[in-house]
Unconditional design. Structure first.
Length: 327
């Protein structure tokens, strides 16, 4: 089954780029790999089902070659954490309040993956006057999600305004040489003052004009392009969404013991009619178990005995029935 944190950027001639927001890994697949990936995105599949699907789409492929191609492709994706195995054997577990994760609103600056630091990939998505970067992090929550593809255009620094979103190289004293995507909230003599939409305070160091890589004008999510609003309208919208999130979080923090989570979870399950699936992924730090609902990760756990990380929606779903975990 596909890892929900993997996003896809479709290219020409049936090729595509897969980006794993968990690890920052990026890989390119050909037209055959695209057929297999699309089949994995829908529901958990067996190897035999994937081979049959590939043969239906590519009638000239011999059965032995189709099976070998599928086996090699799946092994590569499994090793890199792009897909995981759906767990069949379970033992019961309990969820405690101590395992609930409170969202943080004062995170440090987050980075976008720099394509120049990755292995060269043929067909890396570029535009005549800009670049496309995969995004990971939480400092721009409300504007971007991990796995979004951030689309930039070249822009003269003198044309930038408060509220514009830019990609820039971090300073040696600030964020190192990583690429950062943040919003301009002020203009100083030595550069631009930037801040993440999900951060309480501006970045420590102004961004000099020669560190700016481009202005963000769009983001791609699940194959759909959305405009990124800049200027004062974008700044006002970002601030409003941030304060709304903080207000909701504070209200929930004070009243969460009163919420009927089991009842809410049953209503959510009944309305969606979508089961929660548990999948195991391979990472450099060891196995990760994820609980997936409607193609979204609602909870995860590092290792067999690590704490279970959840959200409010996840707790409602998980407490509405007896879920299981591997022993």
């Amino acid at each position: 089954m596909a890892n929900p944190e993997v996003s896809v950027h479709k290219e020409k001639e049936g090729r595509a780029l897969l980006y794993n927001a968990d690890t920052g890994a990026l890989t390119q697949i050909n037209a055959t790999g695209w057929i297999i990936w699309k089949h994995l995105q829908d529901d958990p599949r067996t190897k035999a089902e994937i081979v049959d699907r590939l043969r239906d789409k590519s009638e000239n492929v011999p059965p032995e070659q189709a099976e070998a191609d599928v086996e090699g492709f799946l092994k590569d994706l499994l090793d890199k954490g792009f897909i995981g195995e759906v767990m069949d054997e379970f033992s019961s577990f309990q969820i405690s309040d101590q395992e609930h994760v409170v969202e943080k609103y004062d995170t440090e600056a987050e980075e976008v993956t720099d394509p120049e630091k990755l292995d060269p990939l043929e067909g890396w998505p570029t535009q005549p006057e800009g670049k496309v970067y995969p995004y990971r992090g939480s400092s721009m929550k409300g504007t971007f999600r991990p796995g979004d593809f951030v689309e930039t255009v070249n822009c003269r620094p003198r044309n930038l305004r408060r509220g514009d979103v830019i990609v820039f190289r971090g300073s040696d004293t600030g964020h190192g040489k990583n690429l950062i995507v943040h919003r301009i909230v002020g203009i100083a003599e030595d550069g631009f003052i930037t801040q993440g939409d999900n951060n309480r305070r501006p970045d420590a160091q102004p961004v000099p004009p020669n560190s700016i890589m481009g202005k963000v004008f769009s983001r791609e999510r699940s194959g759909i392009h959305g405009k990124v609003i800049g200027g004062w309208p974008g700044l006002i919208k970002a601030k409003t969404k941030f304060f709304v999130r903080m207000a909701i979080h504070r209200i929930y923090s004070k009243t969460r013991q009163l919420w009927p989570k089991r009842l809410i979870g049953r209503v959510m399950s009944a309305l969606s009619k979508s089961p929660v699936k548990a999948i195991c992924l391979s990472t450099k730090e060891g196995p990760v178990v994820k609980w997936v609902w409607r193609n979204q990760t609602v909870a995860y756990r590092h290792g067999e005995k690590g704490p279970m990380m959840t959200t409010f929606a996840a707790r409602c779903l998980l407490e509405s029935r007896d879920f299981k975990n591997t022993s």
